[in-house]
Design a protein around this ligand. Structure first.
Ligand SMILES: Cc1ncc(COP(=O)(O)O)c(C=O)c1O
Length: 392
């Protein structure tokens, strides 16, 4: 039989834009490559022993964990999530929580539920690349909002909204320790954003993977605390381990019902096993203790990185000191194209992620992202020295 229908769907066209393959190929260019691209927790900061213990606890549930069901998530885990959200000032009830396979699935569910062809989604410019491609795959037009060292420039947003041909379906934002810019939206801007979104009738979708890792300054309320009618995406990927694939969406009704239905069709149910592992690992105060320990280790990494940047990067490189999270964003003069610079850097034994990856139209080319979470402290200075060498 000749298979004739091999044409792929237009929905996967944005997936072809993946730049990771190009980066993977660069690893061969140097015998000891230093990789500033990994936004995951460090291997030594994932609580392996506790996760092994939690797995044993999960198996105590016997056959009960080997079935379908629990589409909305393991009940004790949902209760734990409610307590965790309350602790950061974001009120939610267990019947507003849908557990998902990582917040990436949460974003997919939000996109599938809400987007029609041609809808506009506003994102920060720069933003998390997999969010851009995901919303594009749901036929949305993804438009970047202007940012400065404090995140979205909310006073410019009204003008952008006036210029757009349609009211955006939602604003997707990472207000705290943003990926990739490291910026945090201050309280006055949070209020201004919530007010503007309310005035214009635009849903806010807040993605919050990093807020547990604050190294200095006072905690800020999540948008969800200021606007109960917003969607909040959370995850255990950074606080426990990304391989568990356990995250959640918190959404008020009627969105909760839609998200639940879409989740059911997409994946039938959550993994009863890994959601129990996440629950047992996090419960009993362990998560708070573990995060406190990891936070200190990440703070040392951030400080080591910033000190190396002061020492080895030339004066034309500028950056904002992140108060938390995993990332530092570096701006260079307009004439430097960091896609080109990356090729030279890789030959010199270091990889960063160029700014074009993080913009819907890939237009900004003179910046790059450094992720410090997974780099051993001893390699930090050498990695930055190598970048400094290709910049001078
Ligand atoms: C902003 C942002 N959202 C979502 C994700 C994906 O998280 P998860 O592992 O929970 O799917 C990441 C991972 O790096 C991220 O940085």
């Amino acid at each position: 039989m000749v298979i004739q229908s091999t044409g792929t769907s237009r929905r996967i066209a944005p997936f072809k834009e993946s730049v990771w393959l190009g980066v993977d190929a660069m690893f061969d260019r140097h015998p000891d490559m230093i990789f500033f691209g990994n936004g995951a927790p460090a291997n030594d900061l994932m609580p392996l022993d506790r996760l092994k213990w939690a797995s044993a606890q999960a198996w105590e549930d016997g056959l009960n964990q080997l079935s379908y069901g629990e589409t909305e998530g393991y009940a004790p885990l949902r209760e734990l999530i409610v307590r965790q959200m309350a602790a950061i000032g974001a009120p939610a009830t267990a019947d507003e929580i849908v557990v998902v396979n990582g917040s990436q699935e949460g974003m997919d569910i939000v996109g599938r539920t809400l987007l029609h062809e041609g809808d506009i989604v506003l994102v920060e410019g720069p933003t998390f690349p997999d969010a851009i491609r995901l919303y594009q795959s749901h036929d949305a037009e993804v438009v970047g909002m202007e940012m400065d060292k404090d995140g979205i420039v909310v006073e410019r947003l009204a003008a952008l909204l006036d210029r757009l041909p349609r009211t955006p379906k939602f604003i997707y934002t990472i207000p705290t320790f943003q990926n990739p810019s490291g910026t945090t939206l201050p309280l006055d801007r949070r209020h201004a954003l919530v007010n503007l979104a309310r005035e214009r009738g635009i849903l806010l979708v807040e993605d919050d993977p990093y807020s547990a890792f604050r190294y200095e300054g006072e905690p800020l309320p999540p948008l969800r605390a200021l606007e109960p009618n917003s969607v909040y995406l959370g995850t255990f990927s950074k606080t426990l381990a990304p391989g568990l694939r356990v995250g959640w969406i918190s959404a008020p009704s009627p969105l909760f019902g839609h998200f639940f239905a879409v989740k059911e069709v997409m994946s039938i149910s959550n993994s009863r096993l890994t959601t129990r592992v996440a629950y047992h690992a996090a419960a009993g105060g362990f998560l708070e203790e573990h995060v406190a320990e990891a936070r200190e280790a990440y703070r040392i990494r951030r400080d080591t990185l910033l000190a190396a940047m002061e020492e080895y990067l030339p004066p034309q490189a500028t950056w904002v000191r992140p108060e938390g999270g995993f990332f530092v964003w570096v701006d260079l003069p307009e004439e430097i194209d960091t896609d080109v610079l990356l090729t030279k850097a890789a030959a010199n034994g270091v990889i960063f992620l160029p700014s074009s990856w993080f913009f819907p139209d890939r237009s900004k080319r003179n910046s790059f992202r450094l992720s410090f979470s997974a780099i051993p402290v001893e390699q930090m200075a050498e990695g930055i020295r190598r970048i400094g060498e290709v910049l001078t």
